[in-house]
Design a protein around this ligand. Structure first.
Ligand SMILES: C[S@@+](CC[C@H](N)C(=O)[O-])C[C@H]1O[C@@H](n2cnc3c(N)ncnc32)[C@H](O)[C@@H]1O
Length: 250
């Protein structure tokens, strides 16, 4: 065990993991960035408590874009019976497995995968699906939201950057045929950053407006979509609605 902890302490992490010996993992963004993780975990926990009650026994959870496994580890420690984390980057999967071994969480596993290639017939469907910090790194966000719905049996929590929305009407083929906009997407260029550990793997990113996100979630088959209220001391991006977390119920 002390050997595993030494391995963890020898590198820099995206998350400040609290290790069993009381130390924490060094982070590469400085300690400030941990506030966004803490706010998001607080929002996840309070939504799970409200929607699922206190018991987690027998429930399964999937963490999409699990990075180094911080949210998946938290889910596994919060009592879910089985937790799977999936991330496109193999190095993140290796880091996550080290954390799983350090905490001795046998009901937690990780695998490498692209959200667009996941087959529910193979990996199963999960009571709870998290997709935090991924949507705005994708060139096919609607496909990702469809994947969330296909993989989810009960509750999906999606957290994403959003852009200011464009509303109104557009002449659609003819001035006599006018259609309302249901929302909009902003394009962000990450094409020079695809090597980055948090970045897109393709570089072309479509970021939804809040209207777009809510409308699409209904259209891909969620029955109820609620924007979650951030806590009073939330990380600024969530407090000022630059990012949102939504609860989408099957
Ligand atoms: C900003 S990080 C968010 C990580 C974590 N979910 C969180 O919120 O702290 C984005 C993550 O998405 C992963 N990722 C990017 N494109 C992906 C894809 N197409 N499928 C699965 N994971 C992807 C990256 O490797 C990275 O770990």
């Amino acid at each position: 065990m002390s050997n595993l902890i030494e391995q963890a302490r020898a590198k820099e992490w995206f998350y400040s993991f609290e290790l069993p010996d009381g130390s924490t993992t060094p982070t590469y963004h400085g300690i400030d960035i941990q506030a966004i993780h803490d706010t998001r975990w607080q929002m996840v926990q309070s939504c799970l408590n409200e929607r699922l009650g206190s018991g987690r026994g027998g429930l399964t959870a999937l963490d999409l874009a699990s990075h180094q496994g911080w949210f998946a580890v938290n889910l596994a420690r919060a009592g879910f019976a089985d937790v799977l984390g999936i991330d496109a980057r193999e190095s993140h999967v290796e880091d996550s497995q080290l954390m799983r071994d350090i905490y001795g969480l046998e009901h937690l596993s990780f695998r490498q995968g692209n959200i667009h290639d996941l087959d529910p017939e193979q990996i199963g469907r999960f009571e709870v699906v998290l997709m935090l910090g991924l949507l705005y790194h994708l060139e096919n966000p609607i496909g990702a939201l469809r994947a969330c719905r296909a993989l989810c049996k009960n509750l999906c929590l999606i957290e994403t950057q959003i852009v200011p929305g464009m509303n109104g009407y557009v002449d659609y083929g003819s001035y006599q045929y006018v259609r309302p906009l249901k929302g909009s997407f902003g394009i962000i260029d990450e094409t020079e950053e695809t090597h980055g550990p948090e970045a897109s793997i393709t570089g072309i990113c479509l970021v939804p407006s809040l209207d777009a996100l809510i409308w699409i979630l209904h259209k891909v088959g969620f029955s109820d979509v609620t924007v979650l209220e951030p806590p009073a001391d939330a990380y600024e991006q969530l407090r000022y609605h630059k990012r949102v977390m939504v609860a989408a119920q099957v």
